[in-house]
Design a protein around this ligand. Structure first.
Ligand code: ADE
Length: 236
């Protein structure tokens, strides 16, 4: 069964967007994954199909209505729908490769894209939405965050990645950042590739790559490096 993502958004025309191109695009074209975008405004109230209102208690901005969003969610779900229900939000649980892997192992997801200042808290509780953040910065809406999440999930689906090896080696599959990469020409603007990479000694190449991955991780992401050292005492 294909991974099926239903995205609830005020801008369904943003989808599939970049997901229609390259690796994810081919997966969608083959039917390994399905991304369907639904318009929340179809469930809006009144002549103007209003989806938002002013915040209770006053203040700036607008809040997405609980009743409108709940109707959109209920209409998008099958009776026995067991897919996780996500709300893209900077308040959410950080998106990690672990969560991506978990989602890729399931049948799909319902993904709500927030807009305005926020979403009425009651629909988050009432429809058991799990808030997910793609980082500590604020986007103007959840759509780009949903695309980032879906891109990361789709590339892990069975048969999607041409070279299975390249998936396993990459950043966060091991908890280290990736080692540097080089290709031809061997010298460019006076910079040579590290000699070990031309040595033909595969074991030495692997040792160099691990050492470089550790060096980069120690320098750039001491938080990840501590976790790695805890995993691999003494010799690594
Ligand atoms: N919506 C706005 N900002 C976001 C973020 N950082 N992550 C997920 N959804 C968002």
């Amino acid at each position: 069964m294909a991974f099926r993502a239903t995205v609830l958004t005020l801008y369904p025309e943003m989808f599939p967007g970049p997901l229609g191109i390259s690796l994810a695009g081919r997966a969608l074209a083959r039917g390994d994954a399905v991304v369907e975008a639904r318009q929340i405004r179809d469930f809006g109230k009144g002549r103007h199909r209003a989806v938002d209102d002013t915040p209770a208690g006053g203040g700036a901005g607008m809040v997405l209505r609980a009743d409108v969003l709940a109707e959109a969610i209920d209409a998008a779900l099958q009776p026995d729908d067991g897919r996780p229900r996500l709300l893209m939000s900077p308040r959410g649980r950080p998106l990690t490769q672990g969560l991506v892997r978990e989602l890729a192992g399931g049948e799909g997801a319902l993904i709500v894209c927030g807009r305005f200042e926020g979403v009425d808290e009651r629909v988050i509780a009432g429809r058991s939405l799990t808030e997910v953040s793609i980082g500590d910065y604020v986007l103007s809406g959840g759509e780009i965050a949903a695309m980032a999440l879906l891109d990361a999930v789709i590339r892990l689906l069975p048969g999607v990645m041409g070279n299975e090896q390249s998936g396993i080696r990459e950043s966060f599959e091991t908890p280290l950042l990736e080692h540097p990469h080089y290709t031809r020409p061997a010298e460019w603007e006076g910079r040579r590739i590290p000699p070990v990479l031309a040595s033909g000694d595969h074991a030495a190449v692997e040792r160099w790559r691990l050492a470089e991955a550790e060096r980069l991780t120690r320098e750039r992401r001491p938080d990840l490096f501590r976790g790695w050292k805890d995993l691999s005492p003494e010799d690594g």
